[in-house]
Design a binder for this molecule. Structure first.
Ligand code: NAG
Ligand code: NAG
Ligand code: NAG
Ligand code: NAG
Ligand code: NAG
Ligand code: NAG
Ligand code: NAG
Ligand code: NAG
Ligand code: NAG
Ligand code: NAG
Ligand code: NAG
Ligand code: NAG
Length: 753
């Protein structure tokens, strides 16, 4: 018996020694991994850089976790500034179950070695630059697979059904994958969460079995066809279904009523027709319903009023005309209602939508509404964003709108409004955005507008506003902090539905070339919304390295009849980055105080400004675009302009009294004659330096390239938001992953004891 014990003891000892040796081998792999990553990334490095050779157990290295036997089972190298090709020896960590390489810049194809990591249950390669064909078919233990935001291409079907067995979550959004998805997941019995968005998948959107998932997202693919009623049988578990931006058609099946757990249903941007399925009304928990950009029948089923939790409803861009449907006024839980881009012509008051007690966002823009602006709006005490743009409203802006004390965005632009801007506007202390462009407004800018301490985005372009710019106005937007703070405390209030971006697009002066780069990022609706929310909360919308921070406000007064001088108090407008006063009758000297602003773009063209261009203009060190053309400026160009290192657009043309030599210092040396047309008294330096007259083949001459017209000067700020939002989201998730990892390490350490 003792002998037996002895043998058994020796056996276990051998096992332990084997484990130790294997553990040594894990250490060895991690050592190789570290030096591989260090060699690939000589400058920026992640946490792996701190991995110490002296550490006895690899389990205590940052980002590493072990199983009960002390073998490495968990490796998190997310957001570790890894660039270049993938490490090729992960498979030697043969107990690895969790591998996270997300949010790096790993390039090349999926490394063949990964196919041998057969024990992987969690693989996250999202947000890298990995391309080529996707073959993970050998990873049959996967439970969670995230490959989103890469460059994978080709047919995804080669991986199915082999990876199905334990697969619960699959996310492959934003790649270039193809393949018919019909039936693809039939064998994946444990699947619950699928995100296929932003690829080129084809086939039918949904297959028998989709009802077993909790979440299915396939936005922006090439899915076609009609969805059969049998898709949503009894017991449907879906909580979120997003098949927007495909080419689906036919009626949407009423059997959706069987998906009683549904919270989000997004069908927008397809070709669904017929009536909106009344069955939706029996989904009591539904919170978001996106039906925009389809061809649904005008009659909205009364049953919808039984969706007592419906917060966001979007039915823009259907072919609805005539009166706003009565049922909409009965969905009292609504916080956001977007009817934009239909042909509605009446029924704003009679439908009851103005009495919805919880409404904070109402968008009726791009319809055929006419007549006076309804006075009843003044009683909408909960409203925060009111968008009535691009209709044919006429008459005056009701002074009673000054009672909408919660209002943060008021967009009445491109209507036929006349009369003066009511001074009551000054009561709106929470107002962040005021768009009145493209009307027939006249009279003076009320001085009370200076009481709008949150107002950062003002656009009055293309009216007949006259008189002086009131000095009090320069107080606007001086302290948006309280409004931002309120929105930060209450972020759920501004969680938005699907296509608010249409309005956001117009609010951003995206035509400014400085901000081009963001345009592509606006493509994704998700980014656009995050951006808008960030905007309302006053978060930074550009990377920290940029001098343009939070505010990025604008004052756009182009194309009016304003006269007199720019008040010297303009220096108070510290939060305004874009000042567009072109096409008015402004005169006098440009006050030197303007240099206290933090301007990115200044346009004073087509006015009657005179005198010298103040030397201090050269202190506007964020300035990227300066247009002083068509004025009467005189004297020499200040040499300080050369210090504007960011200046990419300069236009001082048609100021015939400008004289002297154009300094060829700094940035000034980069502009050609296009910037100085019609200035006969200006002379240029001798050819020693590149002469502005002889540099036709110089690549970077932006000169008068961009001269914003009234049309162009529409909507800037939000464009930025997008760019930052992506980083923001990643950061949030990173911290989540980090916490998860910390927790896991604690467990591991505990086991090691
Ligand atoms: C992987 O391990 C092999 C030895 O098994 C070694 O020759 C090779 O250099 C390693 N590759 C990398 C990328 O470290
Ligand atoms: C995968 O599924 C099989 C069979 O359903 C099961 O035995 C196994 O434990 C699962 N593996 C994991 C890692 O969940
Ligand atoms: C996607 O794939 C198509 C054809 O396979 C190719 O033309 C296109 O450039 C790819 N797009 C991206 C973003 O990789
Ligand atoms: C998807 O649709 C777009 C346009 O709708 C088309 O250009 C593209 O070729 C289609 N891709 C596939 C794989 O069918
Ligand atoms: C609508 O979907 C199509 C693809 O079906 C896409 O090309 C288009 O950009 C989408 N529209 C919007 C506004 O997202
Ligand atoms: C729910 O699904 C069953 C089949 O499971 C079907 O007979 C029924 O019509 C569906 N309900 C609705 C409202 O369509
Ligand atoms: C709403 O639900 C109630 C009870 O659930 C029902 O009696 C009523 O008929 C429903 N209304 C509509 C319009 O479907
Ligand atoms: C609105 O009506 C006009 C004709 O009156 C039509 O041409 C246009 O397509 C309609 N627009 C929408 C969005 O229904
Ligand atoms: C706008 O409304 C006015 C009446 O208020 C009408 O005369 C005019 O034709 C309408 N314009 C359009 C484009 O519908
Ligand atoms: C603006 O209103 C006037 C008078 O109501 C009308 O004559 C004119 O046609 C309207 N303009 C537009 C663009 O509808
Ligand atoms: C509002 O503005 C007017 C005119 O500028 C000023 O006299 C008044 O004191 C302001 N009211 C408040 C409450 O700030
Ligand atoms: C993958 O990693 C990204 C970025 O680190 C994270 O946002 C995402 O939630 C992860 N995916 C899963 C399914 O855990």
């Amino acid at each position: 018996m003792a002998a037996f014990h002895h043998i058994l003891g020796a056996f276990f000892q051998a096992l332990i020694i084997a484990e130790v040796i294997l553990g040594q081998s894990d250490r060895e792999v991690l050592r190789e991994l570290k030096s591989f990553l260090q060699a690939q990334n000589p400058i920026n490095r992640g946490a792996y850089d701190t991995w110490s050779e002296a550490e006895v157990s690899p389990c205590r290295l940052q980002g590493v976790g072990c199983d009960a036997a002390g073998r490495v089972s968990y490796l998190d190298l997310s957001s570790s500034s890894i660039a270049g090709p993938s490490f090729g020896n992960f498979s030697r960590l043969n107990r690895l179950t969790h591998l996270d390489l997300s949010a790096n810049s790993i390039t090349g194809q999926l490394h063949p070695d990964l196919k041998h990591c057969r024990g992987l249950q969690y693989l996250n390669l999202s947000s890298n630059l990995i391309g080529g064909a996707l073959d993970v078919s050998t990873l049959t233990n996967l439970r969670i697979l995230d490959l989103s935001q890469n460059r994978f291409q080709g047919d995804i079907r080669t991986n199915f059904p082999s990876i199905c067995r334990n697969l619960s979550v699959i996310a492959v959004s934003s790649n270039n994958l193809t393949g018919r998805i019909s039936g693809l997941f039939s064998g994946c019995s444990k699947l619950s969460d699928v995100d296929l968005s932003w690829n080129q998948f084809t086939g039918k959107a949904v297959w028998k079995g989709v009802e077993r998932l909790t979440r299915f997202t396939a936005t922006a693919n090439n899915l076609t066809g009609v969805i059969p009623s049998s898709t949503f049988p009894k017991g449907c578990k879906l909580q979120s279904l997003d098949i927007s931006s495909n080419q689906l058609s036919g009626s949407f099946p009423n059997s959706i009523a069987n998906c009683t757990s549904l919270k989000t249903l997004s069908l927008w941007n397809n070709s669904f027709g017929g009536s909106i399925p009344p069955g939706i009304g029996s989904i009591a928990g539904l919170e978001e319903l996106g039906l925009s950009s389809n061809q649904f029948h005008h009659k909205i089923p009364l049953e919808l009023m039984n969706c007592t939790n419906l917060k966001n409803l979007e039915i823009s861009r259907n072919t609805f005309g005539g009166e706003v449907q009565q049922v909409l006024g009965k969905i009292t839980s609504l916080k956001s209602l977007v009817l934009q881009g239909n042909n509605y012509s009446g029924g704003i008051v009679s439908s009851g939508i103005l009495q919805l007690p919880n409404l904070i966002y109402l968008d009726l823009s791009f319809n055929k509404f006419s007549g006076k602006l309804p006075n009843e709006i003044a009683s909408m005490t909960s409203i925060e964003s009111l968008v009535l743009a691009n209709n044919n409203f006429s008459g005056k802006i009701p002074p009673s709108y000054g009672r909408l004390l919660r209002l943060q965005a008021l967009d009445l632009s491109y209507n036929n409004l006349s009369g003066e801007i009511p001074p009551e506007i000054g009561n709106l202390a929470s107002l962040l955005l005021l768009m009145l462009a493209g009307n027939q407004l006249s009279g003076e800018i009320p001085r009370e507008i200076g009481n709008c301490t949150s107002l950062l985005w003002l656009n009055l372009v293309g009216n007949q506003i006259s008189g002086k710019i009131p000095p009090e106005m320069t107080n606007m937007g001086r302290n948006p902090g309280p409004t931002f703070a309120k929105n930060r405390r209450n972020p759920s209030l501004i969680k938005s539905a699907t296509s608010k971006c249409f309005a956001v697009y117009r609010w951003v002066p995206a035509s400014y070339p400085e901000f081009d780069f963001v345009e592509s990022m606006m493509m994704s609706q998700k980014n656009c919304l995050t951006m808008w929310n960030r905007l309302l909360m006053g978060y930074d919308i550009l990377p920290v390295s940029s001098p343009l921070r939070t505010a990025l406000g604008y004052v756009q007064l182009s194309g009016n009849l304003l006269s007199g001088e720019i008040p010297s108090t303009i220096s108070a407008m510290k939060n305004i980055s874009l000042l567009l006063l072109d096409g008015n009758r402004l005169s006098g000297h440009l006050p030197s105080e303007i240099s206290s602003m933090q301007l990115v773009a200044l346009n004073l063209s087509n006015n009657s400004f005179s005198g010298q261009i103040p030397f201090t203009v050269g202190h506007l060190n964020s300035l990227e675009s300066l247009d002083l053309s068509w004025n009467n400026f005189s004297g020499a160009l200040p040499s300080s302009l050369g210090e504007l290192s960011k200046l990419s657009t300069l236009n001082v043309s048609y100021n015939p009294l400008l004289s002297g030599e154009v300094p060829n210092t700094g940035q000034l040396s980069t502009f050609n004659e296009q910037s100085f047309l019609g200035d006969p008294l200006l002379s240029f330096h001798s050819p020693a330096a590149p002469s502005p007259h002889s540099n036709d083949n110089q690549p970077s001459t932006y000169g008068t390239e961009k001269h914003p017209t009234n049309e162009e000067i529409t909507v800037l700020v939000v464009t930025f938001l997008v760019c930052f939002s992506a980083t923001f989201v990643i950061r949030e998730l990173q911290s989540f992953v980090y916490l998860y990892h910390v927790a896991l390490r604690k467990i591991t350490n505990f086991r090691n004891l």
